[in-house]
Design a protein around this ligand. Structure first.
Ligand code: SF4
Ligand code: SF4
Length: 370
């Protein structure tokens, strides 16, 4: 472990995602937008941008522009980025990279976008996006990749890493396949044993340990003893939505504490229809009674015997389905869920900040889960 202590593991303290569009030119099985097609009568406009950005600036949020694929509507995406950066909100663009070219990168830079994260779920995608990473870096944008780590692509991690390094990527985010609501997607997600195996193998992929690039991974489930032993300022959040640390904003004015309104998202207000109520909700802690809790009662067990009911409260509503608890939870093996927005560092990158947590250090304490 290294010495500098971050306030958070997951990057920004408060992050808002604006869902610019549900249009996309790809069809990824884990995508939020597949469960969240917008009503075609609703769309963003200058007034609604201004209205929400003022609130984000006043409440110290950073902004991610997402979707769907925001670059299916580049003029809209960049108009939003320009207004956001004028308010000194740190602004990022999340893209699948298919449409990203030099001209769009130059416009992104002019619009004030500081961070672009490109989905890179295969070696082919990494090769296809290599030039964009290089050009973006030369323009002074922090270019990053996001990879959903599944068995099929783990062998490619070393090669993807090489491409990112050669083209001066700033960062890389490694995600667990998040099973969304449908039964089909639930069965595609890896169980805790498989996920931990993948994390341990990721750590051993050539070049990742000690990489010059910042690499963060989503632990997803952690040994309870390890989690509760962390000092409070370093604890990983069980659910950022409950504290309005993560908010998701739609063009009809509705704001959710997580990204899946059509299924289980908790609406915390509407910045167009009831601004005062929405503003007050930003400072509220959303309790379990306000969340879709499914059927059944929460268990009361583990190290801290109130951990389940007082702290976890069932884990992530995105992957809870109709159950009271997160389907990833594996309390029999002393593994409990944390929010997918929480990321731990495998390497610190150019900023040289934050702690490194190797999966082998974290998961060794639980032995081999069955
Ligand atoms: S998801 Fe797991 S840790 Fe959370 S309340 Fe349920 S059993 Fe407890
Ligand atoms: S734990 Fe799940 S529901 Fe809560 S903010 Fe994280 S992803 Fe959303």
């Amino acid at each position: 472990m290294t010495a500098v202590m971050p306030r958070r593991h997951g990057g920004s303290a408060r992050l808002a995602t604006i869902f610019l569009t549900s249009d996309c030119n790809m069809h990824c099985s884990y995508c939020y937008a597949l469960e969240n097609k917008f009503d075609s009568s609703t769309s963003w406009n200058t007034d609604s941008f201004e209205s929400i950005l003022d609130l984000l600036a006043e409440n110290s949020y950073q902004l991610s522009i997402g979707g769907g694929e925001p670059l299916t509507h580049p003029d809209l995406a960049y108009a939003l980025a320009e207004k956001s950066s004028k308010r000194k909100i740190k602004t990022a663009l999340l893209t699948n990279g298919v449409l990203l070219n030099e001209s769009l990168l130059i416009k992104a830079k002019k619009a004030g976008i500081q961070w672009i994260q490109i989905s890179m779920d295969s070696l082919e995608q990494a090769k296809r996006c290599a030039a964009a990473i290089k050009i973006g870096h030369e323009l002074g944008i922090r270019m990053a990749a996001g990879t959903v780590m599944i068995e099929e692509n783990i062998k490619a991690l070393g090669d993807i890493h090489n491409i990112l390094i050669e083209n001066n990527a700033f960062g890389w985010r490694i995600f667990r396949m998040t099973p969304l609501g449908s039964q089909q997607n639930l069965s595609e997600g890896s169980g805790s044993k498989q996920w931990i195996d993948l994390l341990l193998r990721m750590e051993e992929s050539p070049g990742l340990k000690g990489s010059p690039m910042q690499i963060r991974y989503e632990p997803s489930i952690l040994p309870i003893e390890w989690l509760v032993s962390l000092p409070s300022e370093m604890k990983l959040e069980i659910c950022g939505g409950r504290t309005s640390r993560r908010i998701f904003i739609y063009p009809d004015g509705k704001v959710y504490a997580c990204g899946l309104p059509s299924q289980r998202g908790k609406q915390i207000g509407n910045f167009l229809k009831n601004r005062d109520q929405f503003i007050s909700s930003l400072s509220k802690k959303h309790t379990i009674s306000q969340w879709p809790s499914g059927s059944g009662s929460l268990p009361d067990r583990l190290v801290d015997k109130n951990y389940c009911t007082r702290t976890c409260m069932g884990g992530c509503t995105q992957v809870r389905g109709k159950l009271a608890c997160d389907i990833r939870c594996d309390y029999k093996n002393r593994l409990v869920p944390v929010c997918c927005f929480e990321k731990l560092q495998l390497s610190r990158g150019p900023d040289r900040q934050g702690l490194i947590f190797y999966p082998s250090e974290i998961y060794n304490s639980i032995g081999s889960p069955t």
